[in-house]
Ligand binder design. Structure first.
Ligand SMILES: [Fe+2]
Length: 278
């Protein structure tokens, strides 16, 4: 890592790190590499069986808990911790838990398959994966989303680290992941066109976040500020599962039609524990 002299300050990875590994089948050792900060990201192509992605997608669109706010760029089932106090997030997670399960419990669900696979490789080093909790109350198991925003990006450039610093979430174990790596996981069950994942080689620091007034949200970074950094564009298609270090600024490119994903974030809180949240 080297310090950036650009307008955005932070860390830049060396070229050997800043790349996506691509495979035609699931290889959980590569996910472990992302969790341990040994590689940026990995994408597994077409690994969700056609029947499972169809079933899961149908369950999502039919869910009575699917939310869509006017003017907001997405439909979603689940809860997200971004920019709110921990109690509210856990309340919302509890309220929607059954509906999230109804979607991710589809036969041959990639959510279950992936977590079992990650759990197995973690087991070899004496660690395990579970949903994060606070005072016995679980976080949301998954956020299922469909983007449909017009413009340059359907999800603006952001990073997933700043949101874990919110003092309103003090004592929530996900804040301990800040001492390790943040690994974003996405499973694409429906895709029409566009919606590439874009990642820039900059891992912003707090000074930059303060200057942009996004210290606790990590959103948005401006495209013009990012232009001087190397960027990776990864085409995402139906059936793909991908995992990457969410501390690097990333976005979802413009897409048309539906782009539905099952997602969560995960990371080590100590050498034996990986927790996930949304
Ligand atoms: Fe993200």
């Amino acid at each position: 890592m080297q310090q950036s002299k650009a307008r955005l300050s932070g860390q830049q990875a060396d070229p050997g790190f800043f790349r996506f590994e691509e495979r035609d089948e699931l290889d959980y050792e590569l996910v472990l590499d992302v969790l341990h900060g040994r590689r940026l990201g990995v994408i597994f192509r077409d690994v969700i069986p056609a029947a499972a992605r169809k079933d899961l997608t149908e369950r999502f669109w039919a869910s009575p808990a699917r939310q869509h706010r006017e003017g907001e760029p997405s439909h979603y089932v689940g809860a997200y911790h971004w920019n709110k106090d921990a109690g509210t997030y856990l309340d919302e997670s509890a309220a929607v838990a059954e509906h999230v399960r109804d979607v991710i419990d589809a036969p041959d669900s990639p959510w279950h398959l992936f977590r079992e696979g990650v759990g197995e490789v973690l087991g070899k080093e004496g660690a395990s994966l579970r949903v994060a909790e606070m005072n016995g109350r679980p976080a949301c198991a998954a956020l299922i989303r469909a983007w449909d925003k017009e413009g340059d990006f359907s999800l603006d450039p952001h990073e997933d680290e700043a949101q874990c610093k919110d003092p309103r979430q003090r004592g929530f174990e996900i804040q301990r992941v800040l001492d390790h790596q943040i690994c974003a996981v996405n499973m694409c069950t429906e895709h029409t066109a566009g919606g590439r994942l874009v990642i820039w080689n900059i891992r912003p620091d707090d000074a930059t976040r303060r200057a942009l007034d996004i210290e606790l949200t990590g959103l948005p970074y401006r495209a013009e500020d990012l232009a001087e950094f190397e960027e990776l564009r990864v085409d995402i298609r139906e059936g793909d599962v991908y995992a990457f270090n969410g501390a690097f600024v990333h976005a979802v490119g413009a897409n048309s039609g539906n782009r539905t994903t099952v997602s969560f974030i995960m990371g080590f809180t100590d050498s034996e524990t990986v927790v996930s949240w949304t």
